[in-house]
Design a protein around this ligand. Structure first.
Ligand code: ADP
Ligand code: MG
Length: 475
């Protein structure tokens, strides 16, 4: 057993001799020679390094070759602890600082905003420091219903989960409107990574919290400690990155440094935003360019079928909603817009009402609930929006739609658009005709009759019109 100072120093010299054989003279002189062993308690070897840069450099580049050497000389599972304190500070003092730093890191990530961040002298390497990931265990891939609206992001996320930092999707930038599942998905990737790679340090933080921590660190004159802490993470998930917009100067710089360091070291970054990178205002160009290095993928509004699946999925897990009648599911899917948070709200309100009023879950109750709890403001349906939806559906561009071309498909698309405009807008037929291919009111009238007739006789045509109608009336 190595216990006294002379002995562990000697043993360290033996380690150095071995390291020297494996590194170039220059590397050895620059990175290893300056290291001073300052303590060994039978489990942990404490080393003093000239600077934090050295710590990071060693951690990043040499741990795989250093580990077997240290294990061989000091015993298996020996932990490493680093210090960059001035030499005149006693070993006890260094120990105290190092220990308190560990405590602080844990505090930093478990507490909110105003926490003080200390420089962590203990770096994960041989000894892993467990950082609480701040992940919500319910936000898993399993609980995330797949649909057209999220298929790409979901499968890319799964690829990142298997090989974080090693795919082309770094950073992975997930964007989309509120309530569409950005936070859920970003966390699901984090949870997946933790399960597949327990040794990796995953950290989830919202941009607001990140900024608040940084402001506190600056007030405490410890901004470098803050940056160093984040640079130790293997997988960094930052939610709602658009919040960085309001904050020009130093937070963006700090984030830039962290981003660069992690990206360079092959660490995975996952960012979410309610805007696509090109729409982020007030964010420094050099950061914006980096956001585009990996993949920016969009979560879009769920279509009707996906909404139905999501409602079923949520209802199964919600006590009291297990036996929700199918017509209520359909009613919700048709009348709640794509915001999944609202779908969840409506379901909870439905169950709560049924329970407290002692009523059964029926379509009548569902209607009451939607009226009271979810604000469905009737959507302004315009000729313009109908035109657009019809063009999207048939994949026709608008100039072609307006052109005098009379191919059957285009003529039929125009007729459907006219029919829907008559159903949903108060515009006179002449205005509808003028806005759709420059036709007169008689053409519109004829189109409406033709569509009505065909819907009665042709079932697949009926389904097409119904689907377009659903899109027109969806919020
Ligand atoms: P965002 O961060 O985009 O505003 P969230 O991730 O917070 O949205 O999602 C809002 C709610 O909807 C969460 O409770 C989430 O679990 C749920 N949700 C979103 N997308 C899905 C999905 N595809 N399947 C199941 N639940 C979802
Ligand atoms: Mg969110």
């Amino acid at each position: 057993m190595i216990t006294n100072a002379t002995t562990y120093s000697d043993v360290w010299q033996n380690c150095l001799a071995q390291i020297k054989e494996q590194t170039s003279a220059e590397e050895f002189a620059k990175w290893f020679k300056p290291i001073v062993p300052i303590g060994y308690d039978g489990k942990t070897l404490r080393l003093r390094l000239p600077s934090e840069d050295c710590v990071f450099h060693i951690e990043r580049n040499y741990i795989p070759s250093l580990r077997p050497i240290i294990y061989e000389h000091f015993g298996n599972n020996t932990s490493l602890r680093y210090s960059v304190l001035a030499p005149e500070v006693s070993a006890e003092e260094q120990q105290r600082v190092a220990e308190s730093s560990v405590a602080t890191i844990n505090k930093v990530v478990t507490q909110s905003d105003t926490t003080k961040i200390k420089n962590p002298f203990v770096i994960p390497g041989i000894r892993k420091l467990e950082i609480p990931s701040q992940l919500n265990p319910n936000y898993t891939f399993e609980n995330f219903v797949e649909g057209e609206c999220n298929r790409l992001v979901r499968s890319v996320g799964m690829a990142v989960g298997v090989e974080p930092g090693k795919t082309a999707y770094n950073p992975l930038y997930i964007f989309g409107d509120s309530g569409l599942g950005k936070t859920h998905l970003a966390q699901a990737i984090g949870i997946d990574i933790k399960q597949r790679h327990p040794e990796l340090q995953v950290l989830y933080v919202s941009m607001n919290k990140f900024q608040a921590q940084y402001t506190t660190a600056v007030l405490n004159k410890e901004p470098n400690d803050f940056i160093n802490f984040y640079q130790m993470v293997d997988v960094l998930i930052i939610d709602d990155i658009q919040e960085l917009s309001g904050n020009k100067g130093s937070t963006q710089n700090a984030f830039f440094n962290i981003f660069n360091h992690l990206h360079l070291s092959g660490k995975q970054l996952i960012l979410t935003s309610d805007k696509r990178p090109s729409e982020l205002s007030d964010i420094n160009d050099r950061l914006l360019t980096r956001f585009k290095w990996g993949l920016a993928a969009e979560l879009t509004q769920p279509d009707y079928e996906t909404k139905v699946k999501i409602i079923h999925n949520k209802a199964r897990k919600l006590e009291g909603a297990e036996n929700i009648p199918e017509e209520v599911v359909t009613y919700f899917a048709e009348n709640i817009n794509g915001n999944i948070r609202e779908i969840e709200g409506a379901l909870s309100a439905l169950v709560a009402n049924a329970k407290f009023l002692g009523r059964k879950i029926t379509i009548t109750l569902a209607k009451e609930v939607l009226k009271t709890y979810v604000k469905i403001s009737p959507k302004e349906i315009s000729i313009e929006s109908i035109r657009k939806i019809v063009c999207d559906y048939f994949n026709i561009d608008e100039p072609t739609f307006d052109s005098p071309k009379r191919t059957r498909d285009i003529a039929q698309a125009r007729q459907i658009a006219m029919y829907l405009c008559k159903q949903h807008t108060k515009s006179p037929l002449s205005a509808i005709g003028a806005a759709i291919g420059g036709k007169n009111h008689a053409t519109v009238l004829h189109a409406c009759k033709a569509v009505t007739n065909l819907m009665e006789t042709d079932k697949s045509f009926l389904q097409i019109v119904e689907e377009i109608n659903r899109r027109v009336t969806a919020k």
